[in-house]
Design a protein around this ligand. Structure first.
Ligand SMILES: NC(=O)c1ccc[n+]([C@@H]2O[C@H](COP(=O)([O-])OP(=O)(O)OC[C@H]3O[C@@H](n4cnc5c(N)ncnc54)[C@H](OP(=O)(O)O)[C@@H]3O)[C@@H](O)[C@H]2O)c1
Length: 266
């Protein structure tokens, strides 16, 4: 019987992670490196944080490099992906973690501004599109490429004044776009490339401060979450690794909600 997880699931594979200077992207990059991947870490402004993740990857015995990446610019995306393919000769895994985390995207509908919504779509949805399009020819060549996109939970809709419970309309629309993009792309690229997404619920990262969420709103949201706590970036990383690994080899077009039971199907 196949042993899916020997702790080195990505040995010999090359993985690209966008937003790798961020909380979740950094955790994903580290986890891939720990399991043997050569990791290419895309950062926009967080060079120091991406560099720190790379150093951890190197001290775990893997290799990689950091590269500047602006996902709203096709030329920057082409450069980032092309440099990785040229340097390592292959691309096996792409993780689209880059996302716009901005207080302007955490407001009630009446206060939403078209400009902010367009900027959000440009990063989260079009950015994911640009990276996938640049990487697909390389992923296809491996015969078993994997893409993992970042959607997001919509919340449970209780208490509209609490953006943790009732995730903003524009943000849900952008992440809903990522869901649809993921499932349609999975069909388009099968069987050579699998495409899945993770939809995190509230994960301890930087958004609580960036969006100036009042503590009582966090407490209210956690009181309504069956597991009663925020998720950890490492728990998102583990989900991404499953979806990108051979053990997830029969899974495509899926969006896996990782939200402490916040949203339960049934
Ligand atoms: N944390 C959560 O609870 C949660 C919940 C649901 C969904 N998510 C999603 O998970 C992903 C990661 O979130 P996070 O919590 O780790 O946030 P984060 O720490 O702010 O990381 C997001 C990263 O995206 C990068 N980025 C933003 N705009 C970019 C652009 N135009 N080009 C290239 N990179 C860009 C940023 O790069 P620089 O820092 O280098 O500028 C940043 O490091 C996002 O897609 C987010 O929407 C998170």
């Amino acid at each position: 019987m196949a042993k899916w997880n020997d702790g080195r699931r990505f040995e010999g594979k090359v993985a690209l992670v966008t937003g790798a200077g961020g909380a979740l992207g950094g955790a994903v990059a580290r986890a891939l490196g720990r399991e043997g991947a050569t990791v290419v870490l895309g950062y926009r402004t967080s060079e120091e944080s991406a560099g720190a993740a790379l150093r951890e990857i190197e001290s775990a015995g893997s290799e990689g490099h950091i590269g500047q990446l602006e996902v709203t610019e096709a030329e920057s995306v082409g450069r980032f992906v092309g440099a990785a393919a040229e340097r390592y000769g292959r691309i096996d895994v792409v993780v689209n973690t880059a996302g716009r985390i901005d207080p302007d995207d955490a407001v009630r509908f009446a206060d939403s501004e078209e400009e902010a919504f367009a900027a959000l779509l440009d990063v989260d949805l079009l950015g994911t599109f640009r990276v996938c399009q640049a990487a697909v020819p390389h992923l296809r060549r491996t015969g078993s490429g994997a893409i993992v996109n970042f959607s997001g939970s919509y919340g449970n809709g209780i208490d509209q004044e609490n953006v943790v419970n009732s995730v903003a309309v524009t943000y849900c629309a952008a992440k809903g776009g990522v869901r649809a993009f993921t499932s349609a792309l999975a069909r388009d690229l099968a069987p050579e490339i699998r495409v899945n997404a993770v939809a995190p619920g509230p994960i301890a990262a930087n958004w609580e401060d960036d969006w100036e969420i009042p503590k009582e709103h966090i407490d209210e949201a956690l009181a309504m979450t069956p597991l009663g706590r925020m998720g950890k970036p490492e728990e998102i990383a583990e989900t991404v690794l499953y979806l990108a690994s051979d053990g997830g080899g029969y899974t495509t077009g899926q969006v896996l909600e990782v939200s402490g039971g916040w949203i339960l199907d049934g």
